[in-house]
Design a protein around this ligand. Sequence first.
Ligand SMILES: Nc1nc2c(ncn2[C@@H]2O[C@H](COP(=O)(O)OP(=O)(O)OP(=O)(O)O)[C@@H](O)[C@H]2O)c(=O)[nH]1
Ligand SMILES: [Mg+2]
Length: 446
Amino acid sequence: MPPFVEDTIVAISTPPGIGGLAVVRISGSLALETINQYFASAQKLKPRYATFGKLKHSSLSEGEFDDCVVTYFKGPHSVTGEDLVEISIHGGAYLQQKLLEVLLRAPGLRAASAGEFTFRSFLSGRIDLSRAEAVADLIHAKDEAAHKNARNQLLGNLRLLVDAMSERLIHSLTILEAELDFSDQEIEFSPPQDLIGPLSEIQETTNSLLETYFYGRRLEEGIRIPLVGAPNSGKSSLFNLLLGEERAIVTAQAGTTRDTIEKSIVIAGHSIVLVDTAGLRETHSEAELSGVDRSLDEIDSADLVILVHAPDTETSVPDELIHTPQITVYNKIDLVSARPENMDIYLSCTTGEGFELLKKRLYSQVVNMVNVGVGGVVLSRERHRDVFIRFKDQITVCITSIQNQLGPEYIASDLRQALDILGEITGKTTPDDILNQIFSGFCVGK
Ligand SMILES: Nc1nc2c(ncn2[C@@H]2O[C@H](COP(=O)(O)OP(=O)(O)OP(=O)(O)O)[C@@H](O)[C@H]2O)c(=O)[nH]1
Ligand SMILES: [Mg+2]
């Protein structure tokens, strides 16, 4: 345990609210001593057992304060690696606040800061950095997909991937270092050029991983789908229909929507940000012109566009749309008998015809868009992306050094730097003794 973690911390780990149960956690060397002063039970607290009893102390109330169940984990066999006590009490706001208040006045205890229990898990080596980050992501997951990704990370998938990459790098290093250490003996080593293949593979995996970042961000922010088209084509009507509420103003007058309006929905377990935009047309009105500019900006940052056509309007497809995936919708089919060809969906916002088909289409587009991941891992954190970019660049440096036939000591030093960068993902630096350990079991010349 690092010396600066001395305080015993306390917090309510369920948000205050009425009803249900609340859990107050105390972690640190004073945890057991503290709870023993407030807890009355026929049984003594035993590590890893939940014990029923009463909270009883003059600072809490005159008589008994509340029934409770206390679970005691003796360090280092606890999630924080320290002595940890979890007190389950009734979830009333008064009960929780009073208990917390009293515990905070107990000698040596202080309030935990946000994430401090998880931070202590990391410091005590119970979890690595990527898993600690996953805990935060899990708490903030907005939808099923974000939850699944965080859960995968918590299960250690990112760590497994990083460990596999590290192992391969360490193996390469071992070969190079063996060559350095035994260069004066007549032993044949495989040439450094042989390392180019494995290094290129690591680079490809890193590239694939970096490609998942786009989706990872979308997990956080939601997939952006603006509705675009000419004024009066029915964008706001469709927006409302998809949301299931009258969110945007709909009128018979062209140019009704001036500003973009966005709202999140969940499709196929993914967060979607639907955006209603101003109709695209040439105009002299300053307000409408700004609206049109915003619509074009929306197309730029869109993941998928719903392009709305209608028989009584003329949609000119803007250049910005050429590279964006889109669903073309021909709206107001209740007004016409003949339909133009080459539209994905024929719809009437008024009668609802075609709406189910549009929803199915949206569903499959979203599923296709997000069907990515390397070894169950999707990058969603800027920090991870930054590390993997630097790692990839460093692998390029290694490959270049080999191609330029630099001495093994230079290549080894480049590889060590790559390993150090990769270690930033899990928070683990790569100490020399790991290499030594592997090296000791290495059979020279084989
Ligand atoms: N007959 C018929 N009318 C529709 C349909 N969908 C929308 N409308 C009407 O078309 C008019 C314009 O609809 P909006 O949804 O405001 O169109 P918009 O594309 O948002 O228009 P702007 O905001 O001006 O760009 C309204 O009077 C709607 O009631 C439809 O499927 N059939
Ligand atoms: Mg509108």
